[in-house]
Structure formats: structure tokens, C-alpha cells
Design a protein around this ligand. Structure first.
Ligand code: HEM
Length: 210
């Protein structure tokens, strides 16, 4: 049989390269991020100590709800360093540095309007939101440090998160997410939960306290 080498073989079809799961999550949630960034209003929330502390209290209430749903052993081998990524402890440390006593911290209002977490893929989508916030923290930390006078050791542990390790921790998280979410159903679950988590966060941070 004479096969022309330039002609595509009938069994080889060109498939467009699939974006990584982390890129898909970024694309799916970027409009939510932009909207949140706009509504948060960096100038007023991070412009003085009272507003910054109130923001941290709200984040604490959100993170407490999130971490109650995504327990330390949720991911198993899919994200073995997840226990060291939990952020509630950083927010508690910041609030204590800014003068809140342990009893006050323990009774802060907790977000009751979170998406369902019923699989490792949905947990990845949910945790993606707070892991990604470590990237934004690199932009926000110098702003808050200059305006409010906090440092990573005193009041800005959440914003500083992994310090010099932010890029490494982010790429490790991305690799774990990509490995787990190759399957389209898992990827879809991660994406929809990431969007729902962003939306829940926006509702919570921008609510008018009753
Ligand atoms: C608590 C609120 C916020 C959350 C949960 C959040 C979440 C995220 C997420 C998930 C990403 C990663 C996107 C990706 O996949 O690459 C990200 C990146 C980023 N965020 Fe935010 N963000 C928040 C607030 C802000 C604010 C107020 C700013 C404004 C300065 C900001 C600036 C950025 C920047 C500049 C990046 C990209 C950083 C980089 O690629 O190095 N974020 N954020």
C-alpha cells in the first residue's frame, strides 16, 4: 500500500491542547475575582486599622466555615500538605495581634452560606480560592503595611501566608489540582465549586450586617 507521508492518517485526529485544570479554574473564576476586587474597595478596607480588622473578622468567619467543610484529611494523598495550608490559624493570629481576645475570636459570626463539598474535586475548587488569595496577598501586603503599619509577624500573617514560598506552594497546588482533575467530570466539579465559593465569599464580605 502506498501511503502519502504528508497526508494525515485517517486514525490520527488533531485535538486542541486542553488547558490545565488550574488555567481552567482561573478562566472560570476571573470575572468573580474582578467583581470581588471591585466591591472590596481596597482603599477603604485596607486604609485604616478599624476597617482592616473588620475585614479580617469577616474573613475569619468565612475561613472557619470553609475549613469545617474541608477537614485536614479531606485530600489524603491528592494534596498531602493540605493540613499546613489551612489559613484559619493565620487569621486567628492576626486578630490576636490586633487586640482581639480568644473568647471574642471564638464567637465571631460564621458564614452559613457555603457551597456543598461532596468530593475531593469540589474540595479542590473550594480551596483554590484561598490558595489563590496568597498571590493577591503579595500585592496587598505592602499596601496594608504602609497604611496600617502591620507586618507578617504582627497583624498580616494571612496576607504574608507562605512568605518567600508563595510561588512554590502555588505551583505545587496547581500540579496536585491538575493531576486530580484530568477527568472532565472532576474538572467541572472543581470549576463550579470554585465559582460558587467566590460568590459565597463576595456575598459574605459585602453583606450589610443586620
Ligand atoms: C479575599 C479576597 C480575594 C480572594 C479570595 C482572591 C483570590 C484570588 C485567586 C483565586 C487568585 C488566583 C488566580 C489564578 O488562578 O491565577 C488571585 C490572584 C490575584 N489576586 Fe486575588 N483575591 C482576593 C482579593 C484580591 C484583591 C483585593 C486584590 C487587589 C489588589 C487581588 C489581586 C490579585 C492579583 C494581582 C492576583 C494575581 C497574582 C499573580 O498572578 O501573581 N486579589 N486572587
Amino acid at each position: 500500500m502506498n501511503i502519502e507521508l504528508d497526508a494525515p492518517l485517517p486514525c490520527v485526529q488533531e485535538t486542541p491542547a486542553q488547558p490545565s485544570a488550574i488555567a481552567a479554574l482561573r478562566a472560570a473564576t476571573w470575572p468573580s475575582h474582578q467583581q470581588l476586587e471591585k466591591r472590596i474597595d481596597v482603599k477603604s478596607r485596607f486604609g485604616n486599622l478599624v476597617a482592616y480588622r473588620a475585614h479580617l473578622e469577616n474573613l475569619y468567619g468565612f475561613c472557619a466555615a470553609l475549613e469545617a467543610r474541608v477537614a485536614p484529611d479531606t485530600f489524603g494523598d491528592a494534596l498531602p500538605d493540605y493540613p499546613s495550608r489551612r489559613k484559619l490559624v493565620l487569621l486567628a493570629r492576626d486578630l490576636a495581634s490586633l487586640g482581639l481576645g480568644p473568647d471574642t475570636i471564638a464567637t465571631l459570626p460564621c458564614c452559613g452560606d457555603m457551597p456543598a463539598i461532596d468530593s475531593i474535586a469540589s474540595a479542590f475548587g473550594c480551596v483554590y480560592v484561598l490558595e489563590g488569595a496568597t498571590l493577591g496577598g503579595r500585592t496587598l501586603l505592602p499596601v496594608v503595611a504602609a497604611r496600617v503599619g502591620v507586618t507578617p509577624d504582627r497583624g498580616a500573617a494571612f496576607l504574608a501566608s507562605y512568605g518567600d514560598g508563595v510561588a512554590t506552594m502555588w505551583s505545587r497546588f496547581g500540579a496536585a489540582l491538575d493531576a486530580w482533575c484530568r477527568d472532565p467530570k472532576r474538572r467541572a466539579a472543581a470549576e463550579s465549586t470554585a465559582v460558587a465559593t467566590f460568590d459565597a465569599l463576595q456575598r459574605w464580605l459585602c453583606r450589610v450586617p443586620g
